[in-house]
Write a new protein. Structure first.
Length: 397
């Protein structure tokens, strides 16, 4: 059950609070800001006074800011402005209530899931891995537990079972890092995660939930446009934890021809990996909302791989190991899948800027061949392709 979205505070019936706000508004000494505000107020007052034939209260001849009645009028005007501001917030409260009517509440954080592979070497018996068996990374920071009992028959070398992290939140792990057996099982020699982990979600913010509600209400469970398709897959099928890019008029990833009524959608995790079978099932269920004679094809990301190799000179006092690690981290972050670099060309100038912009790097030195970077660059990519750094080789000179 999704948690209801908390509406903004709009109750202004607290007279003590209003009085405190008014006192805070009109009390205190002079400042440049107060003087500028008074000058601006008197400038606005000038045409109003000139346009009045008779004042409503002619006995009030002092209109200076220091006059008591002027102070009260300014305080009342400020309070009315606060009331107007609260009234203007009512539409936001309406959005919250509409979202709750559609059962679109705040999504709670969810734990990541993965598949664990247990390798065994029993003498002549079946091996049972109980449900709830825990496996972690070597440092113990990430712990997963199995969701079902796994029975590996005698003669089989391994078996796989689904596992879920013990705490909620977004989790990204490389393959083969869940290798430590927290719970030791007889005859189990090794355990690992064959595929990368990139799942789980954080607690949803109010603005994120309202934006999702607006998209849902606009779509009304009818996928008509390309944008409808992208949002339905991203927000509803994959719970916002993915990257989705739709290409209309493309049949089954064949970008060489155009065909109306066909759309190819590139879908990947935040880390740029292919989505799981479960996610594909969720997308297929969502596609039942398609209106008209539309055909949709789900495609894994298409990468153009490249390597980066260069000679670098470091600044005085820079630590070599840390600087080289920072260079690689900056390059991978610049070309990370989550930046959605569809069609971004692989430019020599951008790679050089990232390397020389890393703290601790003085400059890049030309190699013996005269090239600044070893690999070929200035490669043009198609709109459906993504650049991907494979290896980074930096030599300190």
């Amino acid at each position: 059950m999704a948690e209801l979205i908390t509406p903004p505070e709009l109750d202004i019936r607290d007279e003590e609070q209003l009085a405190a706000e008014a006192i805070g508004r009109i009390s205190g000494g002079l400042s440049v800001e107060i003087i500028d505000s008074q000058i601006e107020t008197l400038q606005k007052l000038r045409p109003m006074v000139g346009a009045l034939a008779l004042p409503i209260c002619p006995e009030l001849t002092n209109a200076n800011p220091s006059s008591p009645h002027t102070v009260f009028i300014e305080a009342f005007a400020w309070l009315l402005a606060q009331i107007g501001r609260r009234i203007n917030l009512i539409p936001l409260q309406n959005q919250v209530e509409f979202a709750n009517l559609f059962k679109i509440g705040l999504r709670e954080a969810s734990p990541a899931e993965t598949t664990l592979e247990f390798s065994v070497a029993p003498p002549d018996v079946d091996v049972t891995v109980p449900v709830g068996t825990q496996v972690s990374t070597e440092d113990g920071n990430y712990i997963f537990e199995t969701l079902a009992e796994l029975i590996i028959p005698f003669g089989e070398a391994s078996g796989e079972v689904k596992a879920r992290r013990t705490v909620a939140g977004e989790t990204t792990l490389a393959p083969n890092v869940l290798t430590r057996q927290v719970d030791l099982i007889a005859w189990v020699e090794e355990v690992t995660n064959p595929e990368a982990v990139n799942s789980g979600s954080k607690d949803e913010a109010v603005e994120e939930a309202l934006e999702r509600a607006r998209n849902y209400q606009q779509r009304s469970e009818r996928i008509v446009s390309t944008r409808d398709l992208e949002l339905a897959i991203l927000e509803d099928a994959l719970l916002g934890n993915a990257i989705v890019k739709a290409f209309p008029f493309v049949v089954a990833g064949d970008f060489s021809a155009s065909a109306p009524g066909h759309t190819t959608v590139v879908v990947m995790t935040q880390a740029g990996d292919a989505i799981s079978t479960e996610h594909r099932w969720a997308i297929n269920t969502m596609l039942e909302q398609l209106v008209g004679n539309q055909f949709v094809y789900i495609l894994d990301p298409l990468y153009v791989n490249f390597n980066v190799a260069a000679n670098v000179r470091l600044t005085s006092g820079a630590t070599q190991t840390a600087t080289l690690a920072a260079i690689e981290a900056n390059l991978r972050a610049f070309y990370a899948a989550k930046r959605e670099n569809f069609g971004r060309p692989i430019l020599r100038s951008e790679v050089i800027a990232v390397i020389e912009g890393t703290t601790g790097v003085d400059r890049i030195e030309a190699q013996q061949s005269g090239a600044i970077l070893a690999s070929p660059f200035d490669v043009k990519l198609d709109p459906w392709q993504l650049p991907k750094v494979v290896t980074v080789t930096m030599t300190v000179v």
